[in-house]
Design a protein around this ligand. Structure first.
Ligand code: UDP
Length: 316
């Protein structure tokens, strides 16, 4: 297949690029490099089946030749990023999805949308099945991301229904691993770096809020299976292993052998979902998928990567 991956120089996009190339497909990675980085695809320079195009997908997308699939992964994805880039976040979810769907229609390509557990907002149902409609504050700090992704899902379904485009929607829960941006402000990069530097781990609020963390290889496998399935309805892909943020801080400290204390910060608590855990019955049933990598194993892959990045920058 010939595959276009928008956001292909990002954390998830670059791992997906690696997977599709390793399966023998041709990959075009497209990225405007606002939050993505060529560091993530530098190892692919000169690869005969890989092309990189620097482009902002909120503008008309031109790709030469046939395309069999488009994976739309372009978007700022961390709360700090979308607070700093609110308009770009809305634009890429709305205009970017429209452009990418238009391209899919033009090329007769299958389209897969990277959606998010944020469509469930601060969920009042726990764990969250795909049938839950969510509890989102459109004008809160996360609204720019949550509503853009909700709009993107609606747009994807409309292209499926009215234009007959073959579409897929993956709702991605918190995912971590090598190539996360050091400064993206999310809990995994923050805690690992703080622990490695023996600085205090900054737990926002009282740390009783929960998240369920999935290692990136599990996400890639889920997306790969979804693309080749016939499932048009949204599918949650995440690891149901749920931890409070306080517990997560303790795990990171233990696994890094750090001397760091834990401090509570009254930061970013507004609109911070209190709980989050995927119900993955649909993925289990329809894709035969479930996560394979426990948190400790995934962190054992991720911590050394962050250590190396910090050493390379002279920060360790
Ligand atoms: N968080 C924290 N300390 C940090 C960064 C994040 O306590 O240094 C908390 C944050 O308030 C949230 C959880 O960790 O409750 C996950 O945050 P993240 O930004 O990783 O992603 P989210 O799931 O909120 O989109």
């Amino acid at each position: 297949m010939r595959v276009l991956i928008t956001g292909g120089a990002g954390f998830l996009g670059s791992h997906l690029t690696d997977r599709f190339l390793s399966e023998g497909h041709d990959v075009i990675a497209m990225d405007n490099l606002i939050t993505g980085s060529t560091d993530n695809i530098a190892h692919l320079a000169g690869h005969p089946h890989f092309t990189f195009i620097k482009h902002d997908v909120t503008n008309y997308i031109y790709v030469d030749g046939p395309l069999d699939a488009i994976l739309h992964f372009a978007s700022p994805a961390s709360p700090i990023d979308y607070l700093e880039l609110p308009i770009q976040t809305l634009k890429v979810g709305a205009l970017g999805t429209h452009k990418a769907l238009g391209l899919a229609k033009d090329k007769g390509a299958r389209f897969l949308l990277a959606s998010t557990s944020e469509v469930y907002g601060d969920p009042q149902v726990h764990p969250q099945p795909e049938t839950y409609y969510g509890y989102v504050n459109p004008v809160g700090p996360r609204g720019v991301y949550d509503e853009a992704k909700r709009f993107a899902e609606a747009m994807t379904m409309a292209y499926h229904t009215y234009h007959g485009i073959d579409t897929r929607i993956v709702r991605i829960f918190n995912t971590y691993g090598p190539r996360m941006r050091l400064r993206d402000g999310r809990v995994v990069p923050n805690f690992i770096q703080q622990a490695l530097k023996h600085e205090p781990l900054t737990v926002y609020g009282d740390g009783s809020q929960t998240r369920s963390f999935q290692y990136v290889s599990d996400l890639v496998e889920g997306v790969y299976r979804l693309l080749f399935s016939e499932v048009v309805d949204p599918v949650n892909i995440g690891n149901p292993g749920e931890f409070t943020i306080r517990e997560f801080a303790e795990i990171v400290i233990a696994l890094t052998g750090s001397q760091s204390p834990i401090v509570n910060r009254d930061l970013r608590t507004r609109d911070d979902p209190q709980v989050r855990q995927p119900d993955i019955s649909r993925a289990r049933q329809l894709l035969g998928w479930e996560p394979q990598v426990p948190l400790a194993d995934g962190l054992a892959q991720t911590i050394p990567w962050f250590r190396e990045q910090l050493q390379r920058r002279g920060e360790l």
